[in-house]
Write a protein that binds this ligand. Structure first.
Ligand code: HMG
Ligand code: MG
Length: 300
């Protein structure tokens, strides 16, 4: 039996939260349906954050109400505080994500509080979600570098990961928010975090700004990580990390893994349908190299 990797599709959230193009609710709903058809079993559907901070996600409730919800597919949404969690619960979310950072400056810019304050704020959010039978995923940003502070100590990431696990998160997604990390740095990071949190509980979330995303996935894979976040057509960036590009593209990740004997359960042809739609939506070609090549082949 081939080794398996789970891909968490974050395009409808991480991708679209930073796209300048006006994307309609209808288009988001359609994109999520196409991603479900491609076989993704986790699709981050939106974000219950302040619409003043991230206007692109202001319609997340409506998207959640209208989107197709496939059996066996999780549709997590971001909830930075109790207000966000209450909105997510009101729309029937079954999985939420809280998001902290390993750098003080990024924490302040992204969620307007210190790391310590954010962790205090997450405790009741996590407890309430778990009480309601809702799973909680934990994100840590800036695990391989901060746009304001530069290098980040892997030990600081490990300490936050442990706190999030202790609160009840079922998985910790390690975010290379600015995409500067390299495979050697990724290995060092995973080794440090896995000393405090079982490696099966870790996920890799690599932005592809410096083109290291797929290489970093393989580095983390080599250390035992089997869950990776990716964004269809490489959509997005981060509103609080200037110059950062989108997540590593789902097509690139699926191509590299599946052609190396690692199963993802994703149908590449259907994934290309989603990539073509996503790029049409934002009016530019997919950032994904594999996606572009395969779509060109398909059109020939
Ligand atoms: P704040 O201004 O400190 O919060 O923002 P506040 O409690 O003082 O409230 C201020 C206003 O926001 C009030 O409205 C609240 O009602 C409203 P007003 O009275 O001024 O009209 N508000 C909300 N509205 C909707 N939903 C909510 C909510 N909470 C308060 N949940 C806050 C604090 C966290 C809300 C704000 O800083 C925020 O929304 N930040 C979101 C930033 C964000 O979404 N960043 C991108 C996602 S993280 C990411 O991309 C990284 C990741 O991909 C991993 C990686 O790559 O590293 C996950
Ligand atoms: Mg991200």
């Amino acid at each position: 039996m081939p080794d398996q990797v789970k891909i968490v599709e974050v395009g409808p959230r991480d991708g679209l939260q930073n796209e300048k193009a006006a994307v309609t609710t209808e288009q988001k709903v359609r994109l999520i349906a196409l991603l479900g058809k491609a076989g993704l079993t986790a699709i981050e559907a939106g974000s219950f954050v302040s619409p003043k901070w991230v206007p692109q996600m202001a319609d997340s409730g409506e998207v959640f109400d209208r989107m197709e919800k496939r059996a066996g597919v999780d549709y997590p949404v971001l909830t930075p505080n109790m207000k966000g969690l209450e909105a997510a619960l009101a729309h029937g979310a079954k999985e939420v994500a809280i998001f902290g950072a390993a750098s003080e400056s990024f924490s302040q810019r992204n969620i307007n509080c210190s790391i310590a304050e954010s962790l205090e704020r997450f405790v009741p959010v996590c407890a309430r979600a778990l009480d309601e039978g809702v799973r909680v995923r934990g994100y840590i940003s800036c695990v391989l570098g901060c746009p304001y502070e530069g290098a980040v100590d892997p030990a600081a990431v490990a300490a936050i990961a442990k706190r999030l696990m202790d609160m009840g998160c079922y998985e910790i997604s390690l975010g290379d928010t600015i995409g500067t990390g390299t495979p050697a740095e990724t290995e060092r990071l995973i080794d440090a975090v896995a000393a405090d949190v079982p490696v099966e509980k870790l996920a890799g979330h690599f932005h592809d700004t410096y083109g290291q995303g797929v290489a970093n996935i393989w580095a983390a894979y080599g250390r035992g990580v089997r869950v990776f976040d990716a964004s269809i057509a490489g959509l997005g960036g981060c509103p609080y990390a200037k110059g950062a590009t989108g997540n590593v593209a789902t097509e690139d990740v699926v191509y590299s893994l599946s052609h190396s004997g690692v199963s993802t359960g994703i149908d590449m042809e259907r994934l290309l349908d989603a990539a073509a739609f996503a790029s049409e939506m934002v009016d530019r070609p997919p950032v994904s190299r594999a996606g572009r090549a395969l779509l060109a082949k398909r059109a020939a």
